[in-house]
Design a protein around this ligand. Sequence first.
Ligand code: MG
Length: 329
Amino acid sequence: MRLEELGKAASFVVKGKSAVIVTDKNVEKLYLERCTETLEKEGFKINTFVVEPGEESKSGKTYLELLNFLAEIPLTRTDFLVALGGGVVGDLAGFAAATYLRGIDVIQVPTTLLAAVDSSIGGKTAINLEAGKNLAGAFHQPVLVWQDSSLLDSLSEEIFKDGMAEVIKYGVLQDQELFCALKDPEWTKENIDKVIEKCVSIKKSYVEEDEFDKGKRQLLNLGHTIGHAMEKATDYGVSHGSAVAKGMLSIARISRKQGWCDERTENEIKEILERYKFDVEITQAPEVLYDMMLSDKKRKGSDIDLVVPYEIGKCALKRISIEELKELL
Ligand code: MG
């Protein structure tokens, strides 16, 4: 689907005539004009809110600035937001849409691989708090996710790699065939549409079964518990993908030590991450990670649910005590 068709598609799903495109300074240069044009062509009145690239923009401060911007226009109940960008923009705009006037429509237009395969779908929106990542948020499904994979061509190797961590996650989680195909990075590049489609369909199946994250959907957090701790410990100096990659390997290591998976599974995960040039060494002290994990959303009192690989394509939720986790780390 081409970005140029977005306006037409939007006119079928929204009622209002006014929209705000939320984007960041990098994406602004690349795609804002095309995005504005297609919407204006269908008669939508467009305003734009541009944030700094990076995790910093998922802050309470930027969130309130955005809400005030919407209120000043003012955007009404039937109007909508367009999140044009990666995970940060999608989460911020999504949460603003979830809460502004108690909820308005949002259209997600992912421009990174990570957003395409993960954050733009499923309706989880959030901003970060001092105490941790994604601690304030809401479930708010987009009315439309517009996927134009040619937008991903502009991605740097680094940003592409970031999304690959989530792609590999889907393989480890439930698709051995995908996992095997991904072992060849060239194949992945050449078949990126197929890969995105596969990942989206896997995520969709989890979300459909458990939209509000009470059960099965939590499996999508594979690698994220330790990953989020790492992001926080480095003050988001480690990218989300790199943190998830490290998190996935450390949980595989824990799983192997506990006898839940064999050494081959751990090695396969390590090897594939190395093929995509992830640095899988963990430099933070276990105590630091442990402290960070205490504020994790997945914590339930004195227990925490970890997603543990059994073999490639098969994972399960394991509830362990915080004390036990400290030992394992
Ligand atoms: Mg993620």
